[in-house]
Design a binder for this molecule. Structure first.
Ligand code: NAD
Ligand code: DAU
Length: 352
């Protein structure tokens, strides 16, 4: 069986749902269920014994050791993290705790477990660490996209904590020989993304007639990848990746933030017309401190070495995503709880 951490979050739940749809192999899902983790994302698997959910904190070494000893995974997909840049600016502590200490504790557990395995299983074992393109910092308009050889230049507490976790993973391979794999992916979008991130925030605000808060001049660039393409890349790296290597994953979809917001407004105008013009909701607000201007990912390595490429274009992916949010407004209402409202106040009141 395989073990995933953070499998009740956005990317994790998409990964678990796809895994169960495509394979018979059991999957153990460790998640602390923070504000970002939601078992509703996995309600389709309620009675499915192939998915084993364990509510636990990756920082808890005793619990991690028990889970590894009991389930004997052949591989770990490590996704659990604090993942929102704005939250890391308002309160970095949880990011240091989960992303750095949590990854360290998980690596220690994995190392002890891996060393105890018989040789054949030890050789086949993999620890796949899911990281981000943000560790490479920011690019100017004319710089070429990040390759795996770029230096780390993280600019936010979030990206710094992810870079630190990447360094630990690298060290565990180099020093102990733990068969690690690391992926650096660009911005994901798709079903089940918590509406604190740009795309779901804009869709849900637009549907409620609320302002669409564009930071700064809206001319920042991100490289967007549909979440199911990220999941297929992770499966590909798990199956074919070389231990100790890192792989960039991108969608070759560089877009200005404002372009993204316009696209969402235009799809909604067509698919869900209301008595106001969605574009009129766009509101420029104070910029994010330390805001990275541009990310772009060079995915040649994973394409040429492992044969992966994305299945969706931005046009097809964003269409599916808007449809998903239109059809799952009950999910949106449920996650926009008291904690969510508190966050909206923390991040946006006084900014507009
Ligand atoms: P998310 O915030 O939606 O989900 C994170 C999950 O981790 C949640 O279910 C949460 O409950 C769980 N978690 C947090 N702290 C935990 C802890 N201490 N112990 C156990 N579980 C804990 O995040 P996401 O967007 O799905 O991102 C998943 C991973 O992918 C992260 O490592 C992130 O850095 C990386 N990543 C995300 C993107 C993106 O665009 N969303 C892009 C590249 C890489
Ligand atoms: O690049 C990968 C990273 O992408 C992941 O590692 C992170 O976990 C993920 O959150 C994402 O980080 P970003 O900061 O790029 O994503 P976010 O959706 O928060 O913001 C995307 C862009 O939109 C960014 O330039 C900030 C801008 N933005 C965001 C919000 C929430 C706005 O203009 N207004 C907003 O209200």
């Amino acid at each position: 069986m395989i073990l995933i951490t953070g499998g009740a979050g956005f990317i994790g739940s998409n990964f678990v749902l796809e895994w169960v749809g495509q394979s018979d192999e059991p999957i153990v899902n460790i998640d602390k269920l923070t504000y970002a983790g939601n078992l509703q994302n996995l309600s389709l698997l309620e009675r499915n014994t192939q998915h084993i959910f364990v509510c636990a904190d990756i920082c808890n070494s005793d619990e991690m050791s028990k889970i590894f000893a009991h389930h004997q995974p052949r591989a770990v997909i490590h996704m659990a993290a604090e993942s929102h840049v704005d939250r890391s600016i308002h309160g970095p502590e949880d990011f240091i705790q989960t992303n750095i200490t949590g990854t360290f504790r998980l690596l220690e557990t994995a190392r002890h477990y891996w060393r105890s395995l018989p040789e054949e299983l030890r050789l086949a074992f993999r620890f796949l660490h899911v990281s981000t393109d943000e560790v490479f910092g920011t690019l100017s308009a004319d710089e070429s996209a990040f390759t795996e050889k770029h230096c780390f230049r993280p600019n936010s507490p979030y990206s710094a904590s992810k870079a630190a976790s990447d360094c630990l993973v690298r060290a565990y391979h180099h020093t102990y020989g733990l068969p690690t794999l690391t992926t650096h992916c660009s911005n994901n979008y798709g079903a089940y993304q918590f509406p604190e991130k740009l795309i779901p925030l804009m869709i849900t605000n637009a549907l409620s007639g609320k302002p669409l808060p564009v930071y700064g001049d809206g001319q920042q660039i991100r490289d967007w990848l549909y979440v199911n393409d990220h999941c297929s890349a992770i499966r590909c790296v798990l199956e074919k990746g070389r231990p100790g290597e890192t792989y960039n994953i991108g969608g070759r979809n560089e877009k200005l933030n404002l372009e993204i917001v316009h696209t969402i407004c235009d799809i909604l105008q067509r698919e869900h017309p209301v008595n106001y013009d969605y574009r009129n909701l766009i509101t420029y607000v104070a910029d994010r401190p330390g805001h990275d201007r541009r990310y772009a990912v060079d995915s040649h390595k994973i394409h040429h070495e492992l044969g992966w490429e994305p299945a969706e274009t931005f046009a097809t992916g964003i269409g599916k995503t808007v449809q998903w949010y239109l059809q799952n407004q009950e999910w949106c209402r449920n996650v926009q709880s008291g904690e969510y409202r508190k966050w909206v106040e923390t991040n946006y009141i006084g900014r507009i």
